[in-house]
Design a protein around this ligand. Sequence first.
Ligand code: FAD
Length: 389
Amino acid sequence: MINLEIPAKLQQVQQMAQQLAAGVFRPIARKYDAIEHCDTPEELKPVAQMMAAMPRGSGGKGGGDEIKNGSNMTGILAVEAMCWGDVGLMLSIPGSGLGNAAVMAVGTPEQKEKYGKLYCAMAITEPGAGSDSAAVSTTAELDGDEWVLNGEKIYCTAGQRCDAVVVWATLDKSLGKAAIKSFIVPRDNPGLQLVRVEDKMGLRVSDTAALSFNNCRIPKDHILGSAEIGDTEEARKKAFGAMGRIAPDLLVQDATVPRTKLPEVLAGIDDIGSRYGLKIANVFHAGDGNLHPNILFDRQNQKELELVERASKEIMQLCVDAGGTITGEHGVGLDKREYMTLVYGPAELQAMAAAKQVFDPDSLFNPGKVLPEVEGAELGVAMKASTVS
Ligand SMILES: Cc1cc2nc3c(=O)[nH]c(=O)nc-3n(C[C@H](O)[C@H](O)[C@H](O)COP(=O)(O)OP(=O)(O)OC[C@H]3O[C@@H](n4cnc5c(N)ncnc54)[C@H](O)[C@@H]3O)c2cc1C
């Protein structure tokens, strides 16, 4: 059965956030709302230390009392509870800026060490680029060992009081989204000016700043991720044709893992390929954790076909163990049906079979393609048979 209760481990996080909201945020909310444009409220500094020590959840396959997607759920429950206290104060907790999330997601180990614990804001929005973030015009040009940033940013949360800003800028506007990169700029960089802090009708304790970058020079290693501009659309179009030149057959797998786990999952897939002596090429959906490990083989070779099936199952298990799941966009069918037990236990599968029976009592909808088989029949059909007998 799918359990909608909040797991015990997360209840503790939720209670802590509720106590914080009621005991710290609510009593000071009006005071800081009236002040506006203040420094970080003193009362939030110990909160930042407490947040840093909060459990982040285990991720992983789950089962029993283990938590699936623990870190996302932790964040949602904590933010929900704190917003009841005061949204502006929640947005003002040092060290929990949008820029911190970016550094932790794609920073190098050195960048995480240096900036991960500072208070990092995120500057994407510009006067001419809001919802359409691909239209950013702030430029970054490499000059020797330094990047030179020029442009205007608006609505930057914590832009005044942060320690550093993660700035989106384009290396070459004519190359579109692929040329947009993010850069870490220390707040005290002389090329970064605070233009104004907005007067707002709400969230007044949270500063919302306009920033200007005028020949703002930062070291070359302050780029987050790679400076390479990949023509990903072209590469994506040609990927399957290229694989077709290597082997006559291709098993296209479809799985999803947390984005932060992509490097270790790719290394694991590589290892599986080496152990089975199979070539595996991975094709991605940029940024959403959906990946397609494609196993190249020749179906005339019966022995190789068996290895492909075994390797495929191991890849699915690897993705599930990393906190992911067995499909991203292609759904469950004859191949994936057998992997359903990697993610669901008997009670959950029986609940799904019972739900399917309500809408499909004669088993006409995709029979045998969704639920695994028990005793030679699809789970739903087997359940119905046992009910009739
Ligand atoms: C309090 C606050 C804090 C913020 N903090 C940050 C921050 O820390 N960093 C940062 O980079 N930005 C931040 N922002 C900016 C925020 O991300 C932008 O306001 C947002 O992206 C929308 O952009 P915009 O205001 O230019 O509105 P627009 O993009 O001009 O949109 C205006 C309206 O048009 C609609 N619209 C836009 N495009 C389409 C479309 N294609 N189809 C249909 N409708 C459309 C929108 O839904 C909206 O209703 C903050 C904003 C606020 C208000």
